[in-house]
Design a protein around this ligand. Structure first.
Ligand code: IPE
Ligand code: IPE
Ligand code: MG
Length: 292
């Protein structure tokens, strides 16, 4: 089977499981959660987790709940990120953002609901004979990277740092936490569930760091080449800090470092290489268009 087909099959498995998890309840809360999650996300974090998990022969019935949990956490973060008190974004994935469609009160609860559901999913994931410790460690890894010293602290920096006076080091910390957090968690948790060695986990972590940097730099470049609604809050971003050309160079360099990190742990995963390399394609992105 071709590499692209394998990735497509993984994405289909995630879509199908997300649909199942969010079905069977027609409350306004579930409608809002389905509206947000079952739109056209790229499922980048679940794909990373499943790629790392498969490489290390983790059981799919264990990795799939974790992959979906990460996608739920990601979607909660997007719903809250778009709120008027945060980035004040009216559109997400080609449709009105959750608070525009359901109101701020329901959007807040939908985010809360997705976050909580994610932890229920991980806690309920199968843990075969000697895998209980792996499951616990994978959950801890996700908590660390999504939590108060990870993604949430990244969001704090995003809204409190002056976009015109942020240092390069502070900016790197910001994007590593706000965006790198879940990307690092995805690959490392996949490795943990597959019982990767400490050296391999270190290499996966370095891959996650550099892929996370590349991911946000690319997002900033794409944002800079599309029309920006006036009312969106100003935030630190790579293009303002480095200029367009240097930001593009940093994107390329980060991807190369991600690939080198895999080599450093002798991790010969064509899927992880492909997922990092895919970030080099920068296209004009419009929030009013669907993502792919
Ligand atoms: C957008 O993430 C937010 C960032 C962290 C830059 P994605 O680009 O992964 O969004 P979806 O899930 O594919 O819509
Ligand atoms: C979103 O980052 C990061 C999180 C939700 C944690 P951005 O604000 O840069 O991403 P977009 O532009 O809203 O997708
Ligand atoms: Mg935003």
């Amino acid at each position: 089977m071709t590499l692209e087909k394998r990735i497509e099959q993984k994405k289909d498995a995630v879509e199908c499981e997300l649909r199942r998890i969010l079905s069977g309840n027609d409350s306004l809360l579930f409608q809002a959660m389905r509206y947000s999650v079952l739109s056209s996300g790229k499922r980048f974090r679940p794909l990373l987790l499943l790629a790392a998990g498969d490489y290390f022969h983790a059981a799919r019935d264990q990795t799939l709940p974790f992959a979906c949990a990460l996608e739920l956490i990601h979607n909660y973060s997007l719903i809250h990120d778009d709120l008027p008190s945060m980035d004040n974004d009216d559109y997400r994935r080609g449709q009105p953002s959750c608070h525009k469609a359901f109101g701020e009160d329901i959007a807040l609860l939908a985010g809360d609901g997705l976050l909580t559901l994610a932890f229920e999913l991980m806690a309920a994931a199968p843990s075969g004979n000697n895998l209980y410790a792996c499951k616990e460690e994978a959950i801890r890894e996700i908590c660390r990277n999504a939590g108060v010293l990870g993604m949430i602290e990244g969001q704090l920096l995003d809204i409190t740092q002056d976009p015109d006076h942020i240092s390069e080091d502070r900016f790197k910390e910001l994007i590593l936490k706000k965006t790198g957090g879940l990307i690092i968690a995805a690959v490392v948790a996949g490795g943990i569930l597959g019982e990767a060695s400490p050296l391999e986990l270190e290499a996966l972590h370095a891959y996650g760091v550099n892929t996370g940097l590349a991911f946000q730099i690319r997002d900033d470049i794409q944002d800079s080449i599309q029309d920006r609604p006036e009312h969106r809050a100003p935030r630190p971003n790579s293009v303002n800090l480095y200029g367009f050309d240097k930001a593009e160079k940093k994107l390329g360099d980060s991807i190369q470092k991600a690939l080198k990190a895999l080599d450093s742990g002798s991790i010969d995963s064509d899927e992880l290489r492909y997922l990092a390399l895919r970030l080099s394609a920068v296209k004009g992105k419009n929030k009013n268009e669907q993502t792919s």
